[in-house]
Each structure stands twice: as structure tokens, then as C-alpha cells.
Design a binder for this molecule. Structure first.
Ligand code: MN
Length: 254
């Protein structure tokens, strides 16, 4: 009888663990309210994950404990990265606002999540931060640095795609979306320039600007330059699989 009871308890515990949805940490802005746009929260919820905000801070042991408490990390969008501190280039006149403390937080978060083997999805600034932390550089300003560039800073609403991308067949992004081209939204004036060692380009805009990257030895460390959370939070299913891919990887790898 005792054996049967402990067997039932084991089954109960096991099913409870199976049912626990993966916790997806979201990096916040480094501002007075340590905030994150609701679009990220809504997208993770739609994908079957539990969103949890990771407040920007530069306490290394705190960041390590926060990463340990989540199953995957999304690096959210935001300001320009500090070129001198993050990739050793002098600032150009067209550089936008920089928040060095947030850069330092993102760096800690990325290195710690990679060390702990957690999936990482970088979105917009988050993709750029991934590239820089692993040794790459950025265009500080596409219009003044990329000849013949198309419009990457759209005025259309966030849920609207405005330019096309070609996606590398076999990449994590192609697998998630089930296609090798898409029309994406675009809210950036910076982009990956020199790709970080150990990474590959997985999508480009027609002007050659890099729109997605992934780590060659770990496709679950990846980033997109566009904002899939825009349409996803508005109910569109087109880019929802990006978040579902992350939630699935988080569940499998924990
Ligand atoms: Mn773009």
C-alpha cells in the first residue's frame, strides 16, 4: 500500500512538472521604471510561455540568480548600443541615445544565459547586443553608412510589415516560420555590420542589411532585427512561431 501511494505521488509530481509552462525572462529598459513593452508579454503568453521581467541591473550574482530562475531569455528592443564601450568604435554624428548601464546589463545577461545553457532570443537591439557581446560590430546609422539602403525606420504601425527579407533555408528562423521569405516591420537605424565569430547570417533585407543571426553551434542563441512581437501581440499568427520555437526549446532544454 505504501509503495502504491509513493508511486501515485511520483506520478502526481511528474505530471505537475510536465504541466509547468516554461518561464521566459524579458530584459527590461534601464529607465526610472525598469519597464518592458506589453507587446513582449502578450506574445510570450500567446506562445504558451510564462513571461517574467528581469529588471536591468549590474549586480553579477543577482543576474546569475535571475537567469537561473528562468528557462529562456528574450533580449528586448531599445536604444542604440554605446559604440566605444561595446565594440571599440568612436561615435558618429548620427548615433542615437545610448544607455551604457543597460548595455552592461545586457552583456551580463547574455553571457550568463549562454553559460547556463538557456535559449536566448534577441529582438532588434537585443539581436545587435548578441552580435556585439560575442565580438561583432554594428552600423551606427544605416542611412549614412549603407549606400543604397532601403527604409528601415518605418512610419507604419508596429503590426505592419514594410520590407521583405530572404531567410536562409535550414536556419532556426526558417524552421520556425516554415518559409524562406517574409515581409517584416522595421524600426531600426542600426544593424549588424561585422558578424560575431561563431555566428551566421540567417536573413537579409534586399539592400543586404542583416535581419537575423544565429550561433552556429547553438541555433537557440539567435536574433532578429525586426519586431515579431508587434503583429503577434495584435493577434497575428504569422510570427507567433518565433515565440513558440523559443518556448519549445526552453521546455526541452530545462
Ligand atoms: Mn529592417
Amino acid at each position: 500500500m505504501k509503495q502504491i501511494l509513493s508511486f501515485l505521488v511520483l506520478i502526481f509530481l511528474h505530471s505537475g512538472l510536465q504541466a509547468q509552462k516554461p518561464i521566459i525572462g524579458l530584459s527590461t529598459n534601464y529607465d526610472s521604471s525598469l519597464s518592458v513593452p506589453n507587446t513582449y508579454v502578450l506574445s510570450v503568453l500567446r506562445a504558451g510561455g510564462i513571461p517574467l521581467l528581469i529588471p536591468a541591473n549590474t549586480d553579477a550574482s543577482a543576474v546569475a540568480a535571475m537567469v537561473a530562475a528562468v528557462d529562456a531569455v528574450i533580449l528586448t528592443g531599445g536604444e542604440d548600443l554605446d559604440p566605444l564601450e561595446q565594440y571599440n568604435q568612436e561615435p558618429l554624428p548620427a548615433l542615437g541615445e545610448v544607455v551604457p548601464l543597460r548595455d552592461r546589463f545586457d552583456r551580463m545577461l547574455i553571457l550568463e544565459a549562454a553559460r547556463q545553457g538557456k535559449p536566448i532570443l534577441g529582438i532588434c537591439r537585443g539581436e545587435q547586443a548578441l552580435n556585439v557581446v560575442f565580438g561583432g560590430t554594428l552600423y551606427q546609422d544605416i542611412p549614412s553608412q549603407v549606400k543604397g539602403s532601403i527604409k528601415h525606420l518605418q512610419r507604419a504601425p508596429r503590426e505592419q510589415g514594410t520590407h521583405s527579407i530572404r531567410i536562409e533555408p535550414g536556419s532556426n528562423l526558417a524552421k520556425a516560420l516554415g518559409k524562406t521569405s517574409a515581409k517584416v516591420n522595421s524600426y531600426h537605424h542600426q544593424a549588424v555590420r561585422d558578424l560575431a565569430p561563431g555566428f551566421k547570417v540567417t536573413a537579409r533585407a534586399p539592400d543586404g542589411v542583416i535581419e537575423a543571426i544565429e550561433k552556429i553551434d547553438n541555433p537557440h542563441i539567435w536574433g532578429v532585427q525586426f519586431h515579431p512581437e508587434g503583429p503577434t501581440s495584435m493577434g497575428s499568427d504569422e510570427f507567433l512561431p518565433i515565440f513558440e520555437n523559443l518556448v519549445k526549446a526552453a521546455a526541452e532544454l530545462r
